[in-house]
Design a protein. Structure first.
Lengths: 406, 511
């Protein structure tokens, strides 16, 4: 065998590096391309600060559920009930806050716990009694759809207390105070400076941590990309973050939801990439029998995953209810399809064992940008569905094709 | 002497991204001969057969294939089957819940305008089954017959396609001695009828028994083709590994210490048929630094015994005690068994041993993640170091520890399984068929690892169906039959005859 090498090569060739990077960041490139496309077709509306903020608010609940769905799908399962569960939790929240006057925070905590219990009640059958998740959650979908109708008595309930609405409609306070930048002849831009500062801090943190990882890897003699390449890559990422922060800052700043979402995304990236729990989920999805024989408690792990999914569905339900400011019996319907589509567009495998958090988030944004862009363009809802369906199919076909080629 | 050539493959070169899998391979096969192809795993045997059968379409490789006097360019398996070339893969391609007859004519249904003629199907199947000597009702479901018979069904299926050239990829890998012998006899029978066979096998005694000529492939090149008269085991091994293996089993001075592992009065019932006792009052012990074998025929209950001890992963109503260092330990879950110092490397590495879609590193650490993490957070540098360390220790041949395990050869996959369990730092390692389906060179490496572990004072329990292997590496051998220990032989007294005698005597008693 000629492949036997004791010490890995210190750097790889620029060509192959560009290829692997493009493959790794292919989804990001696709998302940016779609955004630029709609920027043109909507005559510049897409990147308007107000629209961008809206885009985040509109997709936050899908993204949050996609995080849990990623774990579910990587573990080799599916959850069809997430839409109904989020709708049901929204209904419960309305019942608690509007009808019984429970304060928003205890009510929200209670709702999250109930979400966890719902996840457990479905996960139990799947994990311990080995009933296919497709069937259990299909049943759950019907049950919770029915229950939200029952709880609301078929009518919309609202409005919610103002504090609760802040979850979806609020922005972080500008503790530093706005800065006005004169724009020559154009109207001056008023910047939410706290947002800008947070954006800059994130960029600095990002640069610092990638530098540190790079040093540590090199210190142990592991392969690192060429320095020039590293600089360009880091600079591009920093520029992207700063650009979007600037756009958000020139409207009302960072939405509260974005903070919640970012913390969750970071947490799930950490969970899947760095924690033993995450590694075990991939092992479970890759080969559950081998995982079990390696000492992984596969049943309990599956059970936990569905609890997490239940809690995230509950959180998404709260956010959606707060955004609409009413709980409606139709809330959450069809969300499961967007969530599952996001995870698959993000490169997860339906066979389990493969998928990334970042992919799922970008997948959700791809769906979100398409919804948003097509709506602005005035594409009818029927054609929107057709196009979204084709994009889902196309993304997965492309992914499979790429894998077969490699 | 017939010398008509049925197949000639001329300077076949097949490249995968980054790897030359085949380089200028030449093969000529005479009509109605049994031509064996041997070579280490990863040598390129299967690739060559895939080139021949059209799995890799013509154009994706360089070189010529001349079949029955004319150059052929197969684009698909269908093309090659049309010409009477049928390949039977190691992993059987039968549908378990369809009947034997349905499987035989799958894709080639006995039908008129889409409507299946069941009488024709059954009659045809019956005729073909008679040809392969399988006495089963064509309506029996595949799942209800054993692996040996399934193999015969595959061959019957090949016959239904009017096979001229039959390619068998390690057909006896999972067969018992008796079924293997029957299969080989069948090949000899086909030979008389003018059917040519290409036999890929690791079992040198089988090759000696049936092959007319043997071609050795190493590192993607043909090394030599020998006539039957020149075939000796030593010569084949020497060509295969490129060096002469003085001994197939590395020497070891045993340093045997006190009793490490002991199982007393172990009984297990079948997981589904709960009245069937699978393991009956088994008592065994393993000392420190000792390599102990469990011999027995297929279905003797060896794997069932090992798995029931290791975290109750098989069976129900398990009773008995397990002791480590003379103290009773709890092995009722895999986690507890691992904590007690046990490790079990499964006989079926693809199904139960490895996550094939993940890379070497993650497979190495999965049974001992706490060993590379702090408070549930994995330290990737430590993990990389561990994986590289074990890759070196077990001599895994790969481009790096980030190579996907599914792309490794069987021998290297087995080394990953070993790495995984070595990293969990067990005191007693149970190795179930540790060298199944891997080549001579890799076997030698596995034995070396086993010896090293024994020298470090670990106890090793080896389950194997290859008696020479047990005789070659074990200090002591238990013989198991129908769930009981029916004999115990010191390494020096043990011989294949002794072991078989113990089994046969026990059979006599239970009958």
């Amino acid at each position: 065998m000629t492949t036997e090498t004791a010490t890995p090569a210190p750097t790889s060739s620029a060509g192959s590096l560009l290829k692997t990077t493009l493959r790794d960041y292919g989804l990001v490139v696709a998302l940016l391309a779609i955004m630029v496309f709609f920027q043109f077709t909507t005559n510049g509306v897409l990147f308007k600060p107000v629209n961008l903020t809206n885009l985040i608010l509109q997709n936050s609940y899908i993204i949050i559920m996609a995080l849990g769905m990623l774990l579910v799908i990587v573990a080799g399962h599916i959850d069809l009930s997430v839409g109904s569960v989020s709708g049901f939790i929204g209904a419960l929240a309305a019942l608690m806050m509007v009808k019984y006057g429970i304060a928003p925070i205890p009510a929200a905590i209670l709702c999250l716990l109930i979400g966890g219990v719902i996840g457990a009640s479905q996960g139990y059958w799947i994990a311990y009694l080995k009933i296919p998740s497709f069937i259990v959650t299909l049943a759950g979908m019907l049950v919770f759809k029915g229950l939200s109708l029952a709880v609301l008595g078929g009518a919309s309930v609202g409005p919610f207390p103002t504090e609760f609405q802040l979850l979806s409609a609020g922005f972080i306070p500008d503790v530093i105070g706005p800065i006005t930048i004169p724009m020559g002849e154009g109207a001056p831009v008023v910047l939410h400076s706290t947002t800008m500062v947070i954006g800059i801090l994130i960029v600095l943190g990002q640069v610092f941590s990638s530098l540190r990882t790079r040093r540590r890897r090199q210190g142990h003699g592991y392969e690192a990309e060429p320095f020039g390449f590293f600089v360009v890559k880091t600079a591009l990422i920093a520029a992207l973050i700063l650009f979007f922060t600037y756009l958000l800052a020139s409207y009302k700043g960072l939405p509260n939801v974005l903070i919640v979402m970012s913390i969750l995304i970071a947490g799930f990236v950490f969970l899947t990439k760095k924690m033993t729990l995450g590694r075990r989920i991939y092992a479970l999805g890759g080969n559950s029998k081998a995982a079990q024989l390696s000492g992984i408690k596969t049943e309990r792990l599956t059970f936990y995953i569905f609890i997490i999914m239940g809690m995230l569905s509950a959180l998404a339900g709260l956010i959606f209810a707060a955004r609409l400011n009413t709980a409606t019996p139709k809330a959450g319907q069809g969300f499961e399809l967007d969530v599952i589509a996001a995870v698959f567009i993000g490169g997860a495998s339906a066979m389990g064992g493969v998928g990334q958090v970042a992919g799922a988030v970008i997948g959700a944004f791809i769906m979100g940008v398409m919804n948003n862009g097509m709506s602005i363009m005035g594409v009818n809802i029927d054609w929107q569905q057709v196009i979204k369906g084709l994009v889902l199919l196309g993304a997965v076909v492309f992914d499979v094709y790429n894998k077969n080629k490699a | 002497m017939m010398t008509e050539t049925i197949l000639e493959m001329r300077s076949i070169t097949k490249t995968f991204p980054g790897v030359k899998a085949l380089q200028d391979v030449n093969l000529d096969v005479r009509k109605a001969e049994i031509h064996a192809i041997v070579g280490e795993n990863g040598a390129g045997k299967s690739t060559l057969m895939k080139v021949l059968s059209g799995v890799y379409p013509s154009g994706s490789y360089d070189g010529q294939i001349i079949y029955r006097g004319k150059e052929v360019n197969f684009k698909t398996i269908r093309d090659s089957e049309h010409e009477g070339i049928v390949i039977i893969h190691q992993e059987l391609a039968l549908v378990p819940l369809l009947s034997i007859a349905e499987n035989i004519f799958l894709g080639n249904e006995q039908a008129k305008s889409g409507v299946i003629d069941w009488d024709e199907t059954r009659d045809g199947a019956r005729k073909l089954l008679a040809m392969v000597g399988l006495n089963e009702d064509p309506d029996t479901l595949i799942t209800h017959i054993g692996v040996g018979k399934q193999q015969l069904v595959e061959i019957a299926k090949a016959l239904s396609k009017e096979v001229q050239l039959l390619i068998l990829d390690e057909p006896t890998a999972s067969l018992s001695e008796k079924d293997s012998a029957a299969l080989l006899d069948l090949l000899l029978e086909f030979k008389k009828q003018g059917i040519t066979s290409i036999l890929i096998s690791h079992k040198l005694n089988e090759i000696k028994k049936v092959a007319d000529r043997v071609t050795v492939i190493r590192d993607g090149r043909t090394i030599e083709t020998m006539e039957k008269a020149d075939v000796t085991e030593d010569r084949i091994i020497a060509s295969m590994v490129g060096r002469s293996l003085e001994d197939r089993y590395p020497k070891r001075e045993p340093h045997i210490g006190e009793v490490l592992f002991e199982v007393k009065n172990w009984s297990v019932f079948h997981p589904i048929h709960s009245d069937r006792q699978v393991i009956r009052n088994v008592e065994i012990q393993v000392r420190k630094g000792e390599v102990v074998g469990i011999a027995g025929l297929m279905g003797a209950g060896r794997t069932e015994f090992a798995m029931s001890v290791f975290g109750k992963t098989y069976g129900r109503n398990i009773s008995g005690q397990v002791f480590m260092h003379g103290k009773p330990v709890d092995t009722s879950s895999v986690r507890r068994a691992v904590d007690a110092g046990l490790a079990y490397a499964t006989e079926d590495r693809k199904q139960y041993g490895l996550n094939l879609i993940d890379h070497i590193k993650n497979n190495t650490t999965i049974a001992n993640l706490p060993g590379v993490s702090r408070m549930g957070v994995i330290d990737d540098i430590v993990e990389m170091n561990v994986a590289n360390d074990y890759r070196k220790k077990t001599n895994i041949r790969s481009s790096s520890v980030l190579q996907t395990v599914g792309n490794l050869s069987g021998g290297n996959q087995q080394k990953v399984v070993l790495s995984k369990w070595l990293f969990s730092n067990p005191e007693l390692l149970i190795l179930d068929e540790p060298t199944r389906g891997i080549d001579v060179g890799a076997k030698y490496e596995i034995y070396t690892i086993i010896n090293k572990l024994a020298d470090e004072g670990k106890g090793i329990l080896v389950i194997s169906s290859e008696m020479p292997e047990l005789l070659g590496i074990c200090d002591r051998i238990y013989v198991m039959n129908e769930g009981r220990i029916v004999g115990e032989l010191a390494g020096s007294d043990a011989s294949q005859e002794n072991i078989m005698r113990a089994i046969v005597r026990a059979e006599g008693k239970t009958a």
